[in-house]
Design a protein. Structure first.
Length: 590
């Protein structure tokens, strides 16, 4: 067996050696379950009930969508009903349950896979796309046939495996926590896709955007995943394995390297304090955040709380979760972000076609304003939790003052209701706006008059400013954090915040980049929030620099013409200011 190397995009650092487990392209695991002869009629009845229930659901969604939105969207569901009630499919499932004595969900899944494959092999583009409809209908029926959380049943994996898939959704990755997964790799995805962000939270190496991983890798192949260089090596030879065993121990050493500064202050050589906080996706990360000595949580991405479940979280559940995060953060500040649904983050509990809440569509605050029922429940939970710690809140994807005022109007309604009910909360809770859309950065001076603080979300700001999809491996090279437009937008935002005397932080992935962080501090940022994995190494950088050095660097960067020049300047400066620096993301390769 010859060694084969696939090159993708490094998503989370580290090295794993193990065996491949290829997830079905549809990301659903439906294990075969044998049934007894006498259970056959029960299984058929369950199947028929699931079809009827799914039909009712589809008709319900269709009605809702045609009254709220355009009729074309509702038409998609005609095709879905057609597939759902196809007698050829239904008859085949029933016959196979009788003949093979296997569960309804397993047989249905097998039959649908066969049909989806037939569609995908058809030359005609229109018919090819019907394969996606078959997939959608299949999911709905399966959801009614089995507990949906079991459809992504990582618990059933029995040994340490490297998961390979065309793609994982952020909700899939969220449910991988503490499971027997030592690394993962995908065909598609970019460095700041939420799947990649979750990989860092999981603390397992990951490579995304490999293009053909699911074709090139076979189940049980021996693999090395190098999450730093973005490589997956299939069937590595003995020499490669030895080199990687060494590299792995170097990585673990670097990971431990800055432990000695964990309890020392994050301040520059000339005494300026920088607040280095962590981003939180799921509460299971709290121990790693405490372990890294982060000064608080600068971004709590609450949407993960809504994922991997078939219903919406109640106010009480949210309140308890937010309170737990606050209490475990001791007196450190926690910045909670209201639901940022859309883009690459979907909720299984909302029966909305994915293309309706695309990145430029019905996303984040727009979605919340359109669904005050969901928004108000979350706001009540956040406000109630605010009585238990140092909590601030912010809205994602604000584009201007009108939207901020609309969101605040809903917040005020919720505050009034809580007061009437004598429920305690912090009436002066700070309410911030994320600056992640060019319109917001451009008008930061106007927004600063209304927002209590800013948090710059560069992951989105870069994608919207440079018109580069953050989840696409095809445009990954165009995703340039150092682009002069980005540097200027950050400066505009920081200056506007200073002028209005409100705090400003940055919580995009670049705050964990040891080179680019120099220009961020040089531009005046004093609060940064990042993956807990980066906290200590950024502290190392902060403790090695003087503000005057990085201010000069920022002035120079503002004059440069390209993103590459800005990044090279920062890299050079990092070597000069922190000569013994070792980067957890890159330096273990030796
Ligand atoms: C951002 O856009 O930079 C951000 C921090 O939010 P998210 O990555 O969750 O979109
Ligand atoms: Mg964002």
């Amino acid at each position: 067996m010859s060694e084969n190397v696939l090159k993708g995009i490094a998503a989370a650092p580290g090295i794993a050696v193990g065996h491949a487990f290829i997830m079905d392209k549809q990301e659903i695991i439906v294990p075969a379950r044998a049934i007894m002869e006498k259970e056959v009629p029960i299984e058929i009845a369950r199947f028929e009930e699931a079809i009827i229930k799914t039909k009712e659901e589809i008709i319900e969604i269709q009605k809702k969508i045609s009254s709220e939105l355009q009729v074309e969207h509702a038409k998609i569901f005609d095709a879905h009903l057609f597939i759902l009630e196809d007698t050829a499919i239904i008859d085949e499932v029933i016959k196979r349950i009788q003949a093979e004595k296997l569960s309804a969900e397993y047989i249905y899944f097998q039959v649908l896979k066969k049909y989806a494959l037939i569609f995908s092999n058809i030359e005609d583009e229109y018919l090819k796309e019907r394969g996606a409809d078959v997939d959608d209908v299949g999911r709905r029926v399966l959801k009614n046939l089995m507990d949906e959380t079991k459809m992504h049943d990582f618990d059933s994996l029995t040994k340490d495996l490297i998961l390979i898939a065309h793609d994982f959704s952020p909700s899939d990755t969220a449910s991988m926590f503490n499971k027997k997964i030592i690394a993962f790799a995908t065909d598609i995805g970019g460095k700041t896709s939420h799947t990649a962000i979750m990989a860092k939270s999981l603390g397992v190496p990951a490579v995304v955007g490999l293009k053909k991983a699911t074709l090139a890798i076979k189940n049980q192949d021996e693999l090395i995943v190098d999450g730093s260089k973005g490589l997956v090596i299939i069937n590595p030879g003995e020499e490669t394995k030895r080199l990687y065993t060494d590299a792995k121990s170097r990585f673990l050493q670097i990971k431990e390297r800055y432990q000695d500064i964990k309890d020392l202050p994050a301040q520059t050589k000339d005494g300026t304090k920088i607040s280095i906080m962590a981003n939180l996706e799921i509460p299971e990360e709290l121990p790693a955040i405490a372990e890294a000595g982060a000064a608080g949580i600068g971004l709590y991405r609450t949407e993960y709380f809504y994922m991997n479940r078939i219903d919406l979280p109640s106010e009480e559940e949210q309140f308890n979760a937010y309170k737990r995060v606050l209490l475990e953060s001791k007196n450190n500040p926690v910045t909670i972000r209201t639901l940022d649904l859309g883009g690459d983050k979907f909720l299984s509990s909302l029966e909305i076609p994915k293309d309706m809440y695309s990145y430029l569509g019905w996303r984040a605050i727009r979605f919340c304003l359109a669904r005050p029922d969901i928004f108000k429940t979350q706001l009540r939970a956040i406000l109630r939790a605010s009585a238990f710690g140092n909590l601030r809140m912010m809205y994602p994807m604000i584009t201007g003052n009108e939207e901020l005022a609309q969101a605040n109007a809903v917040l005020n309604e919720v505050k009034e209701a809580l007061k009437r009910e004598s429920v305690p909360f912090n009436e002066n809770i700070l309410v911030g706006a994320m600056i992640e859309v060019p319109a917001a950065a451009m008008t930061a001076d106007l927004l600063a008059q209304e927002a209590d603080f800013f948090s710059i979300g560069t992951n989105d700001l870069i994608q919207y400013t440079l018109a580069v999809d953050r989840v696409s491996e095809k445009t990954a090279d165009l995703y340039e954090p150092g682009h002069p437009a980005i540097i200027r937008f950050i400066k505009l935002t920081v200056d506007a915040a200073k002028e209005a005397n409100i705090p400003v932080s940055l919580c995009g992935e670049i705050s964990g980049d040891p080179a680019l962080v120099l220009v961020l501090i040089g531009l005046g940022l004093r609060e940064l929030s990042m993956s807990s994995l980066s906290v200590l190494q950024i502290k190392k950088v902060v403790r090695s620099i003087s503000i005057s050095d990085v201010e000069a660097l920022a002035r120079e960067a503002m004059q440069l013409k390209t993103g590459i020049e800005v990044e090279e300047l920062c890299q050079r400066k990092l070597k000069e200011l922190v000569p013994d620096f070792q980067n957890i993301d890159t330096d273990y390769k030796g």
